[in-house]
Design a protein around this ligand. Structure first.
Ligand code: ADP
Ligand code: MG
Length: 606
């Protein structure tokens, strides 16, 4: 038998320490809260400092509104905020903070100094709090704005301290937090100082594109496509990565809702959906997605750290994100775009080279690549006559003019010109392009090309059907046959001439013209099999896409087919014109690109 313990009301001191656990998990959470306060205070310059992975010191300095003495003292009280008055205000809150918890929480578990001054005041105020107890308040000279230092985080919460990781790990969380907010606010100037050393400086007044390049580097930035769309009162903007830049996890996926870093299952599903058929499952393209909705449509008050958000109408968000991504990865409408590489403007002529040239598709009289031989070493056999495709061969490595670069970006074309160097391993096609070296898998490339052709014809009800000289009888397994019988209309719309012959056999007298030359049996079996699977997954569009992908796969050149040079060239041109040239319909890559920058790095030519 246990005797009941007496009940008592917890002191503010204890409450704050408990609450601190919710808001402050690690040094990076301090950075997050203080940076949000700085942004809410209208700062245009924010500096983040960390010493010893943030355990010894986290300090944020801003040039925002600052506080008068009374406010500075109030600010560290629990539930003290200038940002809302009533619960209803949360619905249309435009500031990042509103719970009035952060300063109270941080000062409860650290040696805390707040130094602040408004532009109107002559003297600033310095407030010192140690483990939640006010230690000192005094006048001080300081620039307008606010500096908050939190030293010896969790000095009075050993349990928490034990959970902190190595300095390097804590530091990488801080860095990540810094990057997230620096991306969300390119208009603000940022500085990150680690152990007394400046590790990042980002100029104020930048565009998102500039900021991205500064943060992720030019290499990745080149693989991003601008994204922008408004639908159903939802606006999405930002940049979507090409599938080729995909990675194993979501570390390069940044999502913001109304300027706030956010995560919501609905958004991640939508991103996956947007990249459907472009990537194998489990791969994640980099994306920088800014979603703007009526604040009343979002609930940001799900969790004290406010990272998880909920939407009143997740469907509208989802649709807009999917469509936004699809648009971003597709070329601009034909009216705005040159209709093919043939009419792309050539890159500017290099100094000394004869002026602009006519744009030609193939330049057969190009000298073959030179072959060197060294005594004692086997001679490298000369490559078959190499061909350059598109534009001016005299200036292959000239940088693209801004307009050409823009066209190229808009066209989502992997290259403006390229030279077919040959096939290696009896399979992969090697190309030289203006940006680097490309290896192409002809089977995957052909699949992509056929997939798009057939899908386009299907969706625009313009399927070209090709009659077979001799109609074929195709026998299917019972399950597949049933699917075919149920989907005769769909298959006919896809371009199959098809009649039920009874007992699971069909007479095929026509197939989609772009699949010409393939055994009707193989195509029909593959399509019906995928239809039978697709039915379970639901979604009409997927169904058709999947069926078309199967047909394309069966019809595509086989991996080991030996291709003639002119066939390779046709394929290269067709792939460059594809809407989504980088992957086959099932998401395997069609090309692997190695930039000259990467080659230089690998050869130590930095
Ligand atoms: P919240 O941000 O949820 O309001 P905080 O505890 O983070 O709660 O901050 C309390 C209050 O202190 C804020 O509402 C704001 O008025 C003031 N404040 C905090 N940081 C700053 C700052 N860097 N500049 C100006 N005022 C600040
Ligand atoms: Mg705050």
């Amino acid at each position: 038998m246990t005797t009941p313990k007496p009940i008592h009301v917890l002191s503010d001191y204890v409450i704050n320490k408990i609450a601190a656990g919710e808001v402050v998990e690690r040094p990076a959470s301090v950075v997050k809260e203080l940076v949000e306060n700085a942004l809410d205070a209208g700062a245009t310059q924010i500096e983040v400092e960390a010493v010893g992975g943030g355990r010894q010191l986290v300090a944020i300095t801003d040039n925002g509104s600052g506080m008068g003495r009374d406010d500075a003292l109030l600010a560290i009280e629990r539930h003290a905020t200038s940002k809302i008055l009533d619960v209803d205000d949360i619905e249309h809150v435009a500031t990042l903070g509103f719970r009035g918890e952060a300063l109270a929480a941080i000062s409860a578990v650290s040696h805390f100094t707040l130094t602040t001054r408004t532009a109107a005041d002559e003297a600033g105020t310095e407030v010192t709090v140690v483990g939640g107890k006010l230690a000192d308040v005094k006048d001080t000279g300081c620039p307008a704005g606010t500096r908050i230092e939190a030293r010896r985080l969790f000095f009075n919460v050993p349990a928490r301290r034990k959970f902190l990781r190595a300095d390097q790990t804590e530091l990488s969380h801080i860095r990540q937090m810094f990057v997230v907010y620096a991306l969300a606010h390119p208009e603000v100037g940022w500085r990150l100082v680690v152990d007394g050393r400046e590790v990042m400086r980002l100029a104020a007044g930048a565009t998102l594109a500039d900021r991205l390049r500064d943060i992720v580097g030019a290499e990745l930035a080149r693989q991003l496509r601008p994204l922008g769309l408004t639908r159903h009162d939802v606006t999405v903007h930002g940049f979507a990565g090409l599938p080729a830049a995909a990675r194993q996890d979501r570390t390069e996926q940044y999502v913001f809702v109304n300027g706030r870093p956010a995560s919501a299952a609905a958004i991640y599903h939508a991103i996956n959906e947007g990249y459907h058929t472009l990537m194998p499952p489990g791969r994640h393209a980099p994306i920088f997605l800014f979603i703007t909705v009526d604040p009343e449509q979002v609930d940001v008050n799900v969790h004290p750290t406010k990272k998880e958000v909920r939407f009143r109408q997740p469907g509208a968000i989802r649709d807009t994100v999917i469509e936004g991504i699809r648009h971003a990865l597709q070329p601009a409408p034909a009216s705005m775009m040159p209709n093919s590489l043939l009419t792309m403007p050539p890159p500017p002529a290099a100094a000394g080279a004869p002026g602009a040239t006519q744009t030609k598709l193939l330049i057969p009289d190009l000298p073959p690549p030179r072959t060197f031989s060294f005594p004692g070493l086997p001679m490298i056999p000369p490559a078959p006559a190499a061909t350059t495709i598109a534009t001016d061969p005299a200036t292959p490595r000239a940088p693209l003019s801004p307009q050409a670069q823009e066209l190229k970006n808009a066209a989502a074309s992997p290259w403006l010109w390229c030279r077919v160097l040959g096939q290696v391993g009896g399979l992969y096609v090697v190309l030289e392009t203006e940006d680097g070296l490309v290896l192409m898998d002809p089977h995957a490339a052909h699949e992509r090309v056929l997939f798009e052709q057939l899908l386009k014809q299907y969706t625009s009800h313009a399927v070209k059907s090709q009659g077979l000289l001799a109609p074929e009888t195709v026998e299917l397994l019972p399950a597949a046959a049933e699917v075919v019988r149920d989907n005769l209309t769909l298959l006919r719309e896809m371009g199959f001439g098809l009649a039920d012959f009874g007992s699971d056999a069909f007479i095929v007298d026509a197939i989609p013209a772009c699949l010409d030359g393939v055994a009707a049996q193989a195509v029909l079996a593959a399509v019906s099999e995928s239809l039978s699977k697709g039915g379970a997954r639901g979604g009409d569009t997927h169904w058709v896409e999947e069926a078309v992908a199967q047909a394309a796969c069966k019809a595509a050149v086989k991996a080991r087919d030996v291709l003639r040079l002119d066939e390779i060239e046709q394929l290269v041109v067709a792939l460059a014109r594809a809407d989504m040239p980088y992957t086959c319909p099932h998401g395997r890559p069609t090309i692997i690109f190695t930039s000259y920058g990467e080659l230089n790095r690998k050869f130590g030519r930095a």
